[in-house]
Each structure stands twice: as structure tokens, then as C-alpha cells.
Design a protein around this ligand. Structure first.
Ligand SMILES: Nc1ncnc2c1ncn2[C@@H]1O[C@H](COP(=O)(O)OP(=O)(O)OP(=O)(O)O)[C@@H](O)[C@H]1O
Ligand SMILES: [Mg+2]
Length: 134
């Protein structure tokens, strides 16, 4: 990209959400090519962040990819070498990690996972409700 333009209001919104006490779930949506990925990439540049790009592959391929990214993110050989059959295990591993600064987890193209498993949004909702307090 040449130069990141504008989006000051959007960056401020993300920043104030980031500075709140506790966990936040932010859903960023909009037309194709409107600048969602660019905005979030700019925002996480100077932060501790895991950027995961979902694909149109199967749910289990996405889960394995997310698990491996997470293992790198939290530097866990245990998670890297584990085979996980559910999303809960991965999110729990993140929540159980001590971070020096607030971590950000980005799931870009989230809808692809819901396409391969229509139950995924509700699984994610349940995980969020269970883990947000931690
Ligand atoms: N703030 C910006 N300043 C300059 N260029 C931008 C900005 N936001 C996006 N662009 C450019 O616009 C194009 C589309 O941006 P981006 O891929 O972030 O959109 P998107 O909303 O994530 O698209 P998609 O829905 O296809 O994933 C890219 O070429 C990107 O470099
Ligand atoms: Mg995008």
C-alpha cells in the first residue's frame, strides 16, 4: 500500500475500545475492498497481536491453522504439537497466558469458518461468553 489515508475516527474508536478495562469483542464489517483489513493491520502495528486470516478450506483446516498461529503467538510447544478437536482449547490457551500488554486476536474473513460449519458463530459466542471475564 502506498500510504495509509484517513480512518482517524475508526482508529480512535478501536483505540478507546482497546483502552477499556477488560476484554472487548469488536466486529468490523463492510463492503468488499472498503479497507477493513488495512484498517485493522494499521491498528495492530504497534501492539501485541495475532492476525489470523480464515480461508475457504474446511473448519478443521482453519482450526489447525489458528492453533499453529496461536502456538507461535503464545510461544507454546505444547499447543503446537497438540492436535485439537475443538476451538475452546485454543482460546483457553490464550486466556491462560500472561501477557505484558493487552493482546489482540484478529480473525479476518471470519465468515469463511461459518460457511464450512454453520454452528461456528454460536460456538464462538459461547466461548466468548465463557472466557471474556478472564
Ligand atoms: N486507509 C487507506 N489508505 C490507503 N489505501 C487504503 C486504505 N484502506 C484500504 N486501502 C487500499 O484499498 C484496497 C482494499 O483494502 P482492504 O484489502 O483493506 O479492504 P477489505 O475491506 O479488507 O477488503 P475485503 O472485503 O476484500 O477483504 C487495498 O489495496 C488497500 O491498500
Ligand atoms: Mg479484507
Amino acid at each position: 500500500m502506498e500510504k495509509f489515508i484517513d480512518r482517524e475516527q475508526e482508529l480512535d474508536t478501536l483505540q478507546s475500545e482497546y483502552e477499556r478495562d477488560g476484554a472487548s469483542l469488536v466486529i468490523l464489517y463492510g463492503r468488499r475492498r472498503v479497507g477493513k483489513t488495512t484498517l485493522i493491520s494499521e491498528f495492530i502495528q504497534d501492539k501485541k497481536a495475532l492476525f489470523f486470516l480464515a480461508s475457504e478450506e474446511s473448519e478443521s483446516q482453519n482450526r489447525t491453522e489458528f492453533k499453529n498461529k496461536t502456538a507461535d503467538f503464545i510461544d507454546s510447544d505444547l499447543l503446537r504439537n497438540a492436535s485439537v478437536s475443538n476451538w475452546d482449547t485454543i482460546f483457553k490457551a490464550i486466556v491462560d497466558t500472561a501477557f505484558e500488554s493487552k493482546p489482540i486476536i484478529v480473525m479476518d474473513e471470519f465468515q469463511y469458518i461459518g460457511k464450512s460449519n454453520p454452528a461456528f458463530p454460536s460456538i464462538f459466542q459461547r466461548i466468548w461468553e465463557e472466557l471474556r471475564k478472564r
